[in-house]
Design a protein around this ligand. Structure first.
Ligand code: AP5
Ligand code: MG
Ligand code: ZN
Length: 216
């Protein structure tokens, strides 16, 4: 299964991707996570990406499409993959189509649809585990112990791009550059829209249904 998770910043792509890949046994590929890993290792890619990410702008298409092309050529992607945060511009979507031309293209695009005014609260209240990357929310998915990861005991931090000002930039970038992909994939007949305003487990079940699975 070759799947794309689409949706605005804070829609729950990372949260759902983690749960979906445990059920589907395919790798979770998040361009945002790849850039953040490169930033913390201080690689040239990380230094370049940081200039854009910290402002809430997109990393240039050539760079982003390049890292995806290399990643999906890895052996663990032979049975499929779940892309989270890629593509998010039309040129990226076209580049992905080109990469998958000989493998029959994508199987499904799952769009997590959330009312825009909820997203600021979701993003400013998000906390991430420094060690394992688990995603929490101060109100909607709080850790049992304040600032400590339930899974690995690591400490939690706030992403630098989760301040209110940067979030507003990210949402406007989404509206202009990423939202047009909904129509792009609708025309191809592979788009499934799921209501992302629901609780996390309901969204997961609905994503499963869209993929023809029954996880209730
Ligand atoms: P990226 O890391 O992909 O960020 P994003 O798209 O802005 O999305 P987020 O990770 O912020 O949100 P999410 O949908 O994963 O939500 P989450 O599950 O965490 O990209 C970061 C940056 O990297 C970009 O701005 C750009 O600069 C660069 N970049 C990345 N990909 C790129 C590309 N292809 N091209 C160019 N540049 C690129 O959930 C959010 C919060 O809500 C959490 O606290 C969670 O607990 C909570 N939550 C989740 N679901 C629910 C629910 N159903 N109900 C209540 N709360 C919920
Ligand atoms: Mg994410
Ligand atoms: Zn952890």
């Amino acid at each position: 299964m070759k799947i794309v998770l689409l949706g605005p910043p804070g829609a729950g792509k990372g949260t759902q991707a983690e749960a979906l890949v445990k059920k589907l046994f395919i790798p979770h590929i998040s361009t945002g996570d790849m850039f953040r890993a490169a930033i913390s290792s201080g690689t040239p890619l990380g230094m370049e990406a940081k200039r854009y990410i910290d402002q809430g702008h997109l990393v240039p298409d050539e760079i982003t499409a390049g890292i995806i092309k290399d990643r999906i050529a890895q052996p663990d992607c032979r049975e499929g993959f779940l892309l989270d945060g890629f593509p998010r511009t039309l040129p990226q979507a076209e580049a992905l189509d080109e990469m998958l031309k000989e493998q029959g293209g994508l199987d499904a695009v799952l769009d997590i649809d959330v009312e825009l005014d909820r997203l600021i609260v979701r993003l400013t209240g998000r906390r991430m585990c420094k060690d394992c990357g688990a995603i929490y929310h101060l109100l909607y998915n709080a850790p049992q112990k304040e600032n400590v990861c339930d899974i690995c005991g690591g400490s939690l931090y706030q992403r630098v791009d989760d301040t209110e000002e940067t979030v507003k930039n990210r949402l406007s970038v989404y509206e202009k550059q990423t939202a047009p992909l909904i129509e792009y994939y609708q025309k191809k007949g592979i788009l499934h829209i799921v209501n992302g305003d629901n609780p996390i487990n309901t969204v997961l079940a609905d994503l499963g249904k869209a993929l023809g699975q029954n996880w209730n």
